[in-house]
Design a protein around this ligand. Structure first.
Ligand SMILES: [Zn+2]
Length: 324
């Protein structure tokens, strides 16, 4: 019996009214732009499955960081490609690695950006797994020290936030202890707390050259069917000292983002991953969807689900669109 008194359409009559009552406002303030640092000078190689995304040497990284900061995007996350891969992923904690040198160069160039670094071994190991491998098994505890050393090398180079993405048990605690012992109590940890074993990572593996050489990551990344388990993973990471927690991927896990948002009072991040990006780009190139409209709808959906922070390859495009 509410009609005809109540007419929700009243507030949809004009853009002025719609904008006035809009519940979710997309801004660049929580955006993080992912970048891939590689060895060399003057290298800028486009990732074939990710149009507009490049593997870049340090000099080029600094240039793009200037552009990113100029667009009002507050943060970047850096992934690294090594000169040489080995069993233990030694270059992950090398002070002369591409990530460590990029941080230093961005700082020296005085670019006003928060620098987040991905902490993992898979880009650096010859087998492509995120931990130490013995007899075909990815070992948990021996991996923790290597991850902590990688995080420490990023902190020493000047990172604001380190972001472990490996999904080993206990890694947040190991990294927190290592940072604190070395005087980096102010460096924050953004943990990939609920990282699912997902088919949406395909294009990233080309970008980061990190595909596992045998088997898959099901023994450490989460089963896509589990949501309650994500709450447990988040709780454990917070106990170990995580400052910000992340759900990855975003689009197929909006329910997980929402449940984490409702349960925990910490900043929640979501990673709008490579496959989500590439699907949109491919469909837009075919003229099947309106890229701008679809990207804004997807990111609004991720924010509406409860993510304060969104890592997205669309960040630069969206920043431009929001300025129009
Ligand atoms: Zn990894």
């Amino acid at each position: 019996m509410t009609f005809p008194i109540h007419r929700p359409r009243r507030l949809r009559r004009s853009e002025a009214l719609r904008g006035f009552v809009r519940e979710t406002r997309l801004t660049t303030s929580g955006f993080v732009y992912p970048m891939f640092a590689c060895p060399g000078t003057n290298v800028r190689k486009e990732v074939s499955s990710m149009p507009g995304v490049y593997q870049q040497s340090v000099d080029q990284i600094v240039q793009e960081c200037r552009e990113v900061a100029g667009l009002g995007i507050p943060a970047v996350i850096l992934f690294g490609l090594p000169r040489k891969k080995d069993e233990a992923g030694s270059e992950a904690s090398d002070a002369s690695g591409a990530v460590q040198r990029s941080i230093d160069a961005i700082r020296k160039a005085k670019v006003d950006l928060l620098i987040i670094t991905d902490v993992c071994l898979c880009e650096y190991t010859s087998h492509g797994h995120c931990g130490v491998v013995k007899d075909g098994e990815v070992l948990n505890d021996p991996t923790l020290e290597l991850l902590a050393n990688a995080a420490l090398s990023h902190a020493r180079a000047g990172a604001d936030i380190v972001a472990p993405s490996d999904m080993m048990d206990g890694r947040v605690g190991a990294i927190r202890r290592k940072l604190d012992e070395n005087g980096f109590t102010d460096v924050a940890i953004l943990s990939y707390a609920a990282k699912y074993c997902s088919g949406f990572y395909g294009p990233f593996r080309e970008a980061a050259q990190s595909a596992p050489q045998f088997g898959d990551r099901r023994s450490y990344q989460m089963d896509p069917a589990n949501a309650r388990e994500a709450l447990r993973e988040v709780a454990l990471d917070l106990e170990e000292g995580a400052d910000i927690i992340m759900v990855k991927p975003a689009l197929a896990y909006l329910d997980v983002i929402q449940r984490v948002r409702e349960r925990f009072d910490v900043p929640v991040a979501a990673y709008n991953v490579s496959g989500e990006f590439s699907m949109v780009k491919a469909a837009a190139r075919n003229g099947w969807i309106d890229e701008k409209r679809v990207v804004l709808e997807i990111l609004t959906g991720i924010r509406r689900a409860g993510a304060d922070i969104i890592l997205t390859y669309h960040a630069k495009d969206v920043a431009r669109w929001l300025k129009e």
